[in-house]
Design a protein around this ligand. Sequence first.
Ligand SMILES: NC(=O)c1ccc[n+]([C@@H]2O[C@H](COP(=O)([O-])OP(=O)(O)OC[C@H]3O[C@@H](n4cnc5c(N)ncnc54)[C@H](OP(=O)(O)O)[C@@H]3O)[C@@H](O)[C@H]2O)c1
Length: 316
Amino acid sequence: MKSMRILLTGASGQVGGELLRRLRAMPARIEVIAPTHAQLDLADLAALRAAVRHAQPDLILHPAAYTAVVKAESEPQLARRLNAEAPAVLAEEAARLGAALVHFSTDYVFDGRYDGRYTEDMPTNPLNVYGATKREGELAIAASGGAHWILRTSWVYNLAGNNFMKTAIRLAQQKESYTIVGDQLGAPTWASTIAAVCCRMLAGTDGGREKVAVTSGIYHLTAGGATSWHGYASLIARELMARGVTLKLKGLEQITPVPTSSYPTPPERPLNSRLDCSKLERSFGLTLPAWDEDALACLQQIIAHYQLDQGRLLPD
Ligand SMILES: NC(=O)c1ccc[n+]([C@@H]2O[C@H](COP(=O)([O-])OP(=O)(O)OC[C@H]3O[C@@H](n4cnc5c(N)ncnc54)[C@H](OP(=O)(O)O)[C@@H]3O)[C@@H](O)[C@H]2O)c1
């Protein structure tokens, strides 16, 4: 990357935190402006517009979002403000400045009824408020006419943040047996990989503008392969056992797969979240890592970070 000014949202989040870490390690010619939630509430659209005009960035990286999938059902207006209206403002302002916008979206734009890997051009049909508002954000960005990438990812986890990997660790520590949904398929994706791939995609660009402009569009960015929540939880438990972490879980056979229908409360979630990432790999000459290799690498980071306390890894 050459000299540029970057406006980064959501730096306290999983993906935003990893982006910030990587950007800070880059040459000093890159100026990163990363307002916290307290400094800039993205729900305040006038303040957001003013912040972009003041910052005059070459590139906007926008991982911030309303990500509480369950809560979104009871706060649809706030979810829409953050996931649809804020990206629309960013896209308008980026287009006005001639800046590039990198936005993050989700597998939840699909209904999961297709029995294969979704490509970027397949019809969307979100099942819940979160997915619908994220799709609205995508459409607003595409309509802005500015240079943009929309990177759709899935099942994100990281050392920092609340995510299913930490839930899987706590379940194994706290319960002798438990049930996990076994019929939703997707690719757990490490925030670290998302950030690394995003930076690789931007590499060599002058402020991102030209490269993003000529490659504008949606790209699927998940780890390779796929599993179920049950398969994911089982991998984590197996590794914890192998590393001698003290668990209440008696054995892997005590993690029972159950169908999504056994949790009939809203929001509905797609059964198939598998995204075809070949457009990104082909366009940028990248190979995405396998989900299980990344999951084990992140688990290793969690083990190193938290350290075992009398054999236990995470506090309850
Ligand atoms: N998590 C997943 O499993 C998943 C799956 C598919 C796609 N995605 C997409 O990937 C992107 C990154 O997700 P993530 O997991 O990294 O998200 P995350 O960890 O939940 O972080 C969300 C970020 O948005 C910020 N934010 C929320 N409301 C805000 C507001 N009103 N004003 C300013 N900042 C606000 C949060 O700041 P505070 O914490 O300070 O409020 C936080 O930094 C999102 O676009 C998400 O939709 C995520």
